[in-house]
Write a protein that binds this ligand. Structure first.
Ligand code: GDP
Ligand code: MG
Length: 241
């Protein structure tokens, strides 16, 4: 491994993101002009033809398309993307441009410059971070409660533990130890790997421009189940220490 410039790929889960893939690829070209990192697109057989768009784009950008037909779900899609990666560092981000591709070099740099750092997070809630959303009050409340419930599971000082935008070292992943459900795969990675050295990079989180959110009521319930599992895991781990 070249410690100066680690190799990089980007895992992106997609479900009905047909209109977002091209803008994402265009922005990645702007950021990585010479050596664009492979975009690992894990699509759950989206009915809107996202996979066809990814196939078209693959003639102009390095794309590794993985279409799952037997399974659906964000967390397992991300795990599948991480498992497919062959690079030193893998960035995970949403396809809907809520996560700015321009922040990827800073996320990668945070890992590359300090071997002790286990994960870098694109964070909405550190100084300089912003949320540019026109969410209705109830969605803002759900999001706030969701973060509050996860706070005791967060390493000290980490503000955006539920962010879906982060970078990890592939060699540090123990994917077999994960029991992913729901949306918050970053939290799953942190808790199961016992990661504590985490750097947050401020990002501006913007609302999606095209398509619709897949977050719904049953996804929120799944998040509660996920939290219960993680609390159970941490408590049994403490008891057996
Ligand atoms: N492969 C896959 N991707 C998903 C699934 N659900 C959501 N996604 C993707 O995960 C990312 C975040 O989803 P989104 O609906 O924007 O959630 P929100 O940002 O919390 O509103 C987007 O890139 C979605 O296309 C799923 O079941 N399978
Ligand atoms: Mg989104």
């Amino acid at each position: 491994m070249n410690t100066k410039s680690p190799s990089l790929s980007i895992a992106v889960p997609t479900y009905n993101e047909r209109d977002n893939l091209r803008p994402l690829v265009d922005r990645l070209w702007q950021v990585f002009r010479e050596a664009p990192p492979t975009l690992i697109v894990v699509d759950d057989n989206s009915p809107d033809g996202t996979a066809d768009v990814a196939r078209e784009l693959a003639s102009e950008y390095p794309i590794d398309l993985f279409v799952r037909t037997a399974e659906r779900g964000l967390a397992t899609a991300i795990i599948a993307g991480l498992a497919r990666a062959t690079t030193d560092i893998v960035v995970v981000m949403d396809a809907d441009l809520s996560h700015p591709p321009e922040a990827i070099p800073t996320l990668v740099e945070a890992l590359a410059k300090d071997a002790a750092v286990q994960m870098s997070i694109g964070s909405r809630f550190v100084p300089g971070g912003e949320v540019d959303l026109d969410w209705p009050l109830h969605r803002r409340m759900v999001s706030r409660v969701g973060r509050w419930l996860a706070a005791p599971l967060s390493p000290r000082g980490v503000r955006d533990v539920v962010s879906g935008f982060f970078a990890v070292r592939r060699a540090a992943l123990r994917l077999g130890d994960l029991k992913p459900i729901g949306y918050k795969i970053g939290l799953e990675l942190i808790v199961r790997h016992r990661w504590t050295r985490i750097v947050e990079v401020p990002i501006r989180f913007s609302d999606r421009k095209a398509g619709q959110t897949k977050l719904n009521f049953s996804e929120n319930l799944r998040y509660l189940r996920h939290l219960l599992r993680l609390y159970g895991h941490v408590l049994t781990r403490k008891a057996s220490n």
